[in-house]
Design a protein around this ligand. Sequence first.
Ligand code: Z15
Length: 847
Amino acid sequence: VEASIPEPQREAWKRNQITSFTDKDGFEKEVVRHVETTLARSMFNCDEIAAYSATSLSFRDRLITHWNRTQQRQTYRDTKRVYYLSLEFLMGRALDNAMLNVGLKNVAQGMQPLRTFAPDDWDCIIEDVIKQEHDAALGNGGLGRLAACFLDSLATLNFPAWGYGLRYRYGIFKQEIIDGYQVEVPDYWLDFNPWEFPRHDVTVDIQFFGQVNKKTDGGKTISVWEAGEIVQAVAYDVPIPGYDTPTTNNLRLWSSKASGGEFDFQKFNNGDYESSVADQQRAETISAVLYPNDNLERGKELRLKQQYFWVAASLYDIVRRFKKSRRSWNEFPDQVAIQLNDTHPTLAIVELQRILVDVEGLEWDLAWEIVTSTVKRPLYCFGYTNHTVLPEALEKWPVGLVQHLLPRHLQIIYDINLFFLQSVEKAFPNDRDILRRVSIIEESQPKMVRMAFLAIVGSHKVNGVAELHSDLIKTTIFKDFVEIYGPDKFTNVTNGITPRRWLHQANPRLSELIASKCGGKDFLKDLTLLNQLEKHIGDKQFRKEWAEIKYANKVRLAKHIKDTTGVVVNPASLFDVQVKRIHEYKRQQLNIFGVIHRYLSLKAMTPDQRKKQLPRVSIFGGKAAPGYWMAKQIIHLINSVGAVVNKDEDIGDLLKVIFLEDYNVSKAEMICPASDISEHISTAGTEASGTSNMKFVLNGGLIIGTCDGANIEITREIGESNIFLFGNLSEDVEDLRHAHTYGSHAIDPDLDKVFNEIEKGTFGTPHDFSAMIAAVRHHGDYYLVSDDFHSYIETHQLVDEAYRNQDEWVAKCITSVSRMGFFTSDRCINEYAEEIWNVEPLLVDRH
Ligand code: Z15
C-alpha cells in the first residue's frame, strides 16, 4: 500500500498515521470532541440524538481508516473484484453492526459522557442510543435483505467486492395501522445519515431518449446515439465493515441530479426559471422513491429509467476502474465478476456491449465474447440469480417503451436475439416452435422484451436460491434453455443469513450462552461449530438458561406489544409468529383462518375444557404493496379478528391476535428471538427460498411450514422430528389447480365453518372480506388454502402437544440450532466465489 502513495505525500502520511480509539477513555474523548465540534453542541445538553450522532461519528472515523486501507490495497493488488448489482439493499441500522464488527461495543457500554440523560441504568444507555437510528430501508423484503447479508459476508470473508445500488430519497414506506387498515407514510430517512459519503467528484452523465444515427468512421459504419436528455448520477459511498477483520468494503449508491449543476443556466438566463426548476425536479425524480412491490413488476416507465440510470452509472464506474489497470479488453472477465440480483440489472449486459462496440470500437463478436465469457478459457463476467417463478414477478418491458427510452439498446437487444436464435436454429433444425418459445422478444400485442431470457443469454451462470427452486426453474420457466446450453449453466446456491446480525446482534444473550459451550465466539465466523451444542443437550442447567433467555426475549416483545397496541399478552403463552411481506402466495389468509378456527373451538368449549388449553399469541407483521388490494384486505381481517378476540372475556389469555405495525429489519431483530413457532406456509413451489425461516430457527424457535423453498433443506439439516411440515407437495399443485377449475371444488368443512362465521358478521362488515372468501370458494383457490387447511389445523394441534413438554421442546430447539451451520451467508458467498465468480479473498493487514 505504501508504495502506491506518491513520494511527496508518503512522508506526511507516514508521520501522521491516524490512530483511532481502542479503549473507553479514547472513545469518550472522541464522543465529546464530536458533540462539541462536529455537531456544534454542548455536553450540557447532550440528549439521545446527540449521543447517537457522536457515537456514530466516532465509530465512523474508525471505519474510514480501515475502509481507505482496504480500497488502497484492492487497487494496488489489482485482483479480480466482485460487483453485486442490486436495486435493493435492506440494510437496517448500522451503528450496532459497526460496533460489533469492529469488536468495541464494550467500550461504548455505560459511557461516561452520555450518563446525563439516563442516570439510573447505565448499561441500558447504549441500547437507547442505538434505537435513535433510522433503519436504512432501501428494499422490500427477502431479496433486499439477502443483498445486505451478502455484503456482510463478502467483507467478513475479505473478498474485494462492491455493492452498487440506488440512493432512494424515500425507502420502503412506513406502515401505520389506522382503524385496522394499512396507511402508507413516506419514509424520509436521510435527514442525518452519518454512514454515507457524498462523492460530488464521482459523477456520470446518463443519457435517455434521442435517436440512433449511422455514421461512417474511417470506412467503418458506426451507430451513434444522439440527442435526448442527460441526467447526472452522483455517487454516495457507504462503508461495509467485515466482522473481526479490517476489511471494509464499499456500497456505492447513485443519486440523480439535473446535469449542469443546480439549474440549466441557459434557460435560467432566458427567463425560463420555472421550466429550469421543473427539469431539475424531473431529474431528481429518478432516485426519489423505491418501488414498494415485492414479487410484482408493474412495468412503469420511471422504473425502467431507474434501472438504466443505475446500471449505466455502475458500468461506467466499473469500466473506468478496469481501464486504469491498462489491460487489454480480453482480460476484462479476469478482473470483473458482475452478479445480477434478479433481472432488474439485466440492461447491464446490453450496456456493456454498447460500451465495447460503440464507445471502445471493438468488433461485435469480440465484445460479445467478453460480455458472455464464451472464450475457451474459464472466464467469468455476468452471473444471474433468479429469485422467483411467480409469473407476475417476471420482468417484461414493452418494446415500444424500450425503443423510446433507450433506442440504441433496443437495437443491440435485437442483434443479441438474432445471433442467439440463429444458433438455436442450427442446433435444433427440426424444432420450429422452440424459436418462438425462447425468443428474447415475445411476439405478443404489444411485443415485450423478456428480461429473464436476456439475462440467461448474457450470463455464464444462472442460479436459483434453494434446491427445490433451482430444480423448478430448470424444469419449468427455463426448461428450453437447459436444452440449449446444457445443465452446467444452471446451478443452485441456497440462500443464507449473516449470523452476526441475526444471532449475535439480535440475540446477544443466546450468542453468549452458545459461545460458552462452543469454545468462544469462533462460531460467528464458522457457523458449523454450532454442532458442539449437541453434546450439551443433556445438561439441565444449560437447558434452563436457554429457556430463560427465550422467556426474557418474549418479555421484551410483550412489552413492545403493550406499548404499541395496548394489548397485554402473557409471555408464558406460545408465541406464534408470521412476519413477512403480505402476499396471497405466502398465505397469511390461511393463518388467520386457522386462528378463527381456534377461536371457534375455544368458544365451543366448557370453562373446564378451556382450562386445559394452551395459551397462544398469534403475531402477524408485514407490509402490503400499496396497490395490492387483496393483501390489504388480509391485514384488515387480521386486525378485525384481533379486535374481537382480544377483548373476549371467555377467551382471556388463551388466544390473542396481534398485528405489529411497520415490520422492518430492526423490528425483526427483536421479533425473531422471541418466537416459539414461526409460520412459513407458502403454497408449495411458490416461495423461492425464504430466509426468515433460517433466522427463526437460528434463534431457538421451531417452525411450521410447507415443503417449499429452503424449508426442505432446513428439514434435511435439523431432522424431520424438529420441524412441523404440512400440506400438499409442489409436484401435486398443478393437478390440484386443474381439478379446482375443471372438476367440482369442495371446500374443507372446517374452513367452511370459518367462512360462515365471517359471513355472519362476527368480525365486522362481512362484505369487507367477501373477496377473500370468494377467491377460495368460487375463483379456483389458486393458492390451495382449502386443500391444505385440514393438514394445517392438525399440525397446529401437534405443535400444542409438543409445547406442553417443555423439556423436549427446548431439546428440539437446541438440536435445531446446533445443525443450522449450513445456513450462514458465508457459505453462500464461498459457493458463489468458487462456482460463479472465480475470485479469491484479499486480506488486509491489521493495524
Ligand atoms: C423478493 O423479495 C424475492 C423474490 C423476488 O423475485 C422479488 Cl422481486 C422480491 C424473494 C423471494 O420471494 C424469497 O423466497 C427469497 O428468499 C428472497 O427473494 C431471496 O432470494
